[in-house]
Write a protein that binds this ligand. Structure first.
Ligand SMILES: Nc1ncnc2c1ncn2[C@@H]1O[C@H](COP(=O)(O)OP(=O)(O)OP(=O)(O)O)[C@@H](O)[C@H]1O
Length: 232
């Protein structure tokens, strides 16, 4: 069994903006183990979302190593990258990104259909149902997103992110649009799923209280990542 699900070594990200180059992520070296929950805090513009995009294979690092599920992303073409994403990664967004015309069950099922286009329909429905049950929404299968509360919509988002059984969940401010109490229970649910399914989680958050609950805490500052020591 591999002892890291994702790691980077001296990874840099440069982007062009208005004709000049920006050094967004600076020599980042870190690793996340199966089942580990790591929080990343940092000021606006420090590179948190960019880090998530690179780890998710959605943005290519300029140099250095990025490895997910034992595969070096730098050497892969778009199809191979899509395979690595499908086999390893789930993404949870702040704004849920549910499709408004689809029911909760259809939203979750769609993610599975896209990831595994050869799965029989009955299997897709069964797995989507089970993912909705895991987030406590069995009673809401046929509801459209507009008929769900913000917290429920985020739970559908979570069901959609875990229905493919990712080994790494990348969560970008997943509770940013929820009130404090709903946010806390969404995080309880997320952490519980991570423990039960040995799913690693990289949690980007502005909320220090939530960040403190992770196994490890990291801080990004102007593109530089450092570990926050316990008690720090
Ligand atoms: N496509 C892009 N082209 C040029 N610059 C970009 C691009 N995407 C992001 N940036 C810049 O990279 C820096 C880091 O952005 P990023 O979104 O990763 O920060 P963040 O820490 O997630 O911020 P926030 O907390 O506000 O979401 C910012 O200065 C941003 O303007």
């Amino acid at each position: 069994m591999i002892d890291t699900i994702a790691r980077t070594q001296h990874m840099n990200l440069h982007l062009m903006s208005g004709g000049s180059g920006l050094h967004i992520l600076k020599s980042i070296t870190f690793a996340i183990k199966p089942g580990e929950v790591i929080s990343v805090v940092g000021p606006s513009g420090s590179g948190k979302t960019s880090l998530l995009m690179v780890l998710g294979g959605l943005e290519k690092a300029s140099d250095g190593l990025v490895s997910v599920g034992g595969k070096n992303l730098g050497g892969l073409n778009e199809d191979q990258l899509a395979d690595v994403r499908r086999q390893n990664i789930g993404i949870l967004f702040q704004n849920f990104h549910l499709i408004p015309s689809m029911t909760a069950l259809e939203n979750v099922a769609l993610a599975l259909e896209i990831a595994f286009d050869d799965l029989p329909l009955a299997e897709i429905r069964a797995r989507a149902r089970s993912a909705l049950a895991e987030v406590g929404l069995s009673e809401r299968e046929t509801h459209l997103p507009s008929a769900l509360s913000g917290g429920e919509q985020q739970r559908v988002g979570l069901a959609r992110a875990i229905v493919t059984r990712p080994r790494l969940l990348l969560a970008d401010e997943p509770t940013g649009n929820l009130d404090q109490q709903t946010a806390a229970s969404a995080i309880d649910l997320l952490f519980g799923l991570a423990r039960r399914n040995t799913m690693a989680v990289l949690l980007i958050t502005h909320d220090n209280g939530l960040a403190m609950r992770a196994d490890r805490r990291m801080q990004l500052d102007r593109g530089e990542l450092r570990e926050v020591e316990a008690g720090g």
